[in-house]
Ligand binder design. Structure first.
Ligand SMILES: [Zn+2]
Length: 260
């Protein structure tokens, strides 16, 4: 379900990028993606507005973001607002509600499929009767029987599929201790798993991170309790780099001054 809500297909280049937020980070000034860049052989890493990177200084008022601080800010916010015990409980309720709705739909479909199967069986019985009583020959009816049998097979597989979908639908959350352990596991996953895993994990919770001057607008894929808001604005006055345009002009990474 989270996958369905997450942003659409990400460009393979961005998936391969070693920058955690590439593909979901966006410039609030011009709307272009923020691109990960490194300087001094990877000693310094930044997120830069795509326009600024391509067209050079003064093409966009965006500034340079220290990747380390930008990424940890977003991770901290996910930990604080998404990976909480309260949110996990809410999420389970939400999932169960949607599953209930889906189950109802599946039960309705199953009813229809069962009726159709019964109808096909009745028709087959009538054809067999006709053969037994000698009214019609097997040769006459063989194609029709084959057709009905194929129809029955496809209905049976549909029925099997629906019955399987109706099984074990509910997610049960046991006690508070278990929930706390899940939350810890998820938080660990966010800080300790491989880059690819962390990227896909973040994408399942965050739709977009838009940066305008010192404002970062986070759009989540799921609502945050208790308000149910999916957007959050944070001020980050100290993580913005200055002097970026100088870098694009002179291509000397040494000119980037880190404001920490
Ligand atoms: Zn821009």
């Amino acid at each position: 379900m989270l996958k369905e809500r997450a942003p659409t297909i990400v460009h393979p280049k961005r998936v391969a990028s070693r920058y955690l937020l590439s593909g979901i980070a966006r410039c609030g000034h011009c709307g272009k993606s923020l691109v990960g860049q490194d300087a001094k052989r990877g000693q310094f890493t930044y997120y830069v507005c795509g326009t600024l990177l391509k067209k050079g200084a003064s093409s966009c008022p965006a500034r340079y973001l220290s990747s380390q601080q930008f990424e940890s800010l977003v991770i901290d916010k996910i930990k604080e607002h998404i990976l909480t015990e309260e949110n996990l409980r809410e999420l389970v309720n939400l999932v169960n509600e949607e599953m209930d709705a889906a189950s109802q739909e599946h039960r309705n479909q199953l009813g229809i499929v069962m009726e159709e199967i019964a109808e096909v069986e009745r028709r087959l019985d009538r054809l067999y009767d006709a053969i037994e009583t000698g009214k019609l020959s097997l040769d006459d009816l063989a194609p029709r029987i084959r057709q009905l049998k194929m129809r029955k097979d496809s209905l049976e597989s549909k029925r099997w599929e629906l019955e399987w979908q109706l099984k074990d639908r509910k997610v049960e959350l046991a006690d508070g201790e278990t929930v706390a352990r899940y939350v810890k596991d998820l938080r660990d996953l966010l800080s300790e798993s491989s880059l690819a895993e962390r990227k896909s994990f973040i994408r399942s919770f965050v739709k977009e991170v838009k940066v305008t001057n010192n404002e970062v607008l986070l759009t989540y894929t799921i609502p945050m309790p208790p308000t149910g808001a999916v957007r959050e604005e944070i001020s980050v006055p100290r993580i913005v780099q200055d002097g970026g345009p100088l870098w694009t002009r002179t291509t000397d990474p040494g000119l980037i001054r880190t404001v920490l």
